[in-house]
Design a protein around this ligand. Sequence first.
Ligand SMILES: [Zn+2]
Ligand SMILES: [Zn+2]
Length: 90
Amino acid sequence: MVQCIHRHTFWSFVMILVAGTANAIPAAVDPSEPVYCYCQRVSFGEMIACDNEDCAIEWFHFECVGLTPENRPKGKWYCKECTQLKKASR
Ligand SMILES: [Zn+2]
Ligand SMILES: [Zn+2]
């Protein structure tokens, strides 16, 4: 019976992994649904907003900018483009 429990835990783990990948996003995306981020996908999971008011994209998926809920930035956050723009303007 212990084996059954292990098996169940294993599959729960796999499902969490699958749910965390892009493959979990339905292929048929509603065209009226706004898209965000570098990847031009709809919003899902944790999103972060770029603090540059003129940001072209504004909203990003955590996974696309290398963030996790654990290392969520405190205070302001700028996307890659805006970070470069700020550097260039100095
Ligand atoms: Zn993305
Ligand atoms: Zn930005």
